[in-house]
Design a protein. Structure first.
Length: 280
């Protein structure tokens, strides 16, 4: 099997425990990534390569200290507020225990795989509790939850019967909660989504604020609104209005990604069908 990853030359020093380590990075080119379809959750699938087998770019994105398991999105790793370091250190045993309940043998000193990749995003989700609003932690927790869910889905495909499908659904529900919360914070001014710069949600394209609104809607449609039918209808009506507004912006702008508009249109129509069926 051809080499897939390499150890970066950049030295990382954990702000919590001072451990020195190097990130594992995915090599580019050479037919390593063969792009497949884009799902309705803006997740890019990749076809297996004859040379490299299955490749999952998401596995390598989170930065995790291999010693204390502090984790974040790469750009934020060295920006953990100093006054939060003690709390993160105090949380070490609890976060390790929580991960070990799902994955008993995770080792972040070794090369990443689907299991350590999914675990890394759980750690990111947990550790952003220690970042303040100026880091836009809520949307990053949403992205981490969604990416973890996608990796759990891949694990379920490879190892059915181990409840990875249940975990995928659980983390998508978490993602729906955080996306909804992030949109509310953006509108109230409590957290600005623009701070996050790349809103993903996957690694192949940044769908920006419109992508966040769309994902908030699609996740709500699929995994949220679990209350009464009246509450669900009200929530979906609000989502439909948001999607309609996004359509209006998209039709007059050449900068909006085409696939996103097509997916938004499909979501708009799907919500409309459900609301009409409910009315009947």
């Amino acid at each position: 099997m051809e080499k897939l990853t390499f150890q970066s030359k950049e030295e990382y020093v954990c702000p919590v425990c001072d451990t020195v380590f190097y990130r594992e990075e995915l090599l580019s080119g050479g037919g390593r990534l063969i792009a497949g379809q884009l799902t309705d959750e803006l997740h890019r699938l990749y076809q297996p390569s004859a040379k490299y087998g299955d490749v999952y770019p998401l596995v390598y994105q989170a930065t995790v200290c291999p010693q204390c398991w502090f984790a974040s999105m790469d750009k934020d790793f060295n920006l953990l507020p100093k006054n939060a370091c003690f709390a993160v250190s105090e949380d070490e045993d609890d976060r390790k225990d929580a991960v070990s309940l799902i994955f008993p043998n995770v080792n972040f000193y070794e090369n990443r795989d689907l299991i350590s990749g999914a675990a890394s995003y759980y750690l990111v989700l947990r550790c952003y509790d220690f970042y303040g609003p100026k880091f836009a932690p809520t949307i990053k927790q949403g992205i981490a939850s969604l990416r973890a869910a996608w990796l759990f889905e891949e694990l379920h495909q490879k190892q059915p019967g181990k409840n990875y499908d249940w975990l995928a659904t659980l983390f998508k529900k978490k993602a729906q909660f955080f996306y909804d919360k992030a949109v509310a914070y953006e509108q109230s001014g409590e957290e600005s989504l623009s701070i996050a710069r790349n809103l993903g949600p996957d690694t192949d394209k940044n769908y920006g604020y419109e992508g966040v609104l769309y994902l908030s809607g699609i996740l709500k449609m699929k995994y949220g609104c679990a209350g009464s039918s009246e509450q669900r209808n009200e929530s979906l009506e609000a989502t439909k209005r948001t999607i309609a507004k996004m359509f209006g912006l998209g039709k007059s702008s050449k900068n909006k990604p085409g696939p996103l508009l097509e997916l938004a249109k499909a979501l708009y129509e799907k919500i409309g069908r459900e609301l009409n069926e409910t009315d009947d």
